[in-house]
Design a protein around this ligand. Structure first.
Ligand code: FES
Length: 90
């Protein structure tokens, strides 16, 4: 969890990339990292900010909400739970 500092979002690469964020201390959230515009993988910016490299949509990594189009829908929420020092996503 040290890799997801409070107030930040990170993108976990893999066959199905995820965004994991810790908006407030100890509260973790996760989202599908596929942009809701055309499915490109979003990239983490400063803090909780996420940006899609394809057409510039921006999302709030703490809520998944769209902050700038062309995407119109929020990122899909994914369950995340804490298992000791590990975070289990999906
Ligand atoms: S695919 Fe993300 S902005 Fe178009």
């Amino acid at each position: 969890m040290a890799q997801v500092p409070v107030g930040s979002a990170v993108v976990i690469a893999g066959a199905k990339p995820y965004v994991v964020a810790q908006p407030t201390d100890g509260a973790f959230v996760a989202f599908d990292a596929a942009c809701t515009h055309q499915g490109a993988t979003v990239a983490a910016q400063d803090g909780l900010e996420l940006e899609c490299p394809a057409h510039g949509s921006r999302f709030n990594g703490g809520t998944g909400a769209v902050e700038k189009g062309p995407a119109k829908s929020a990122l899909a929420s994914v369950p995340v739970r804490r298992d000791g020092e590990e975070l289990v996503v999906g």
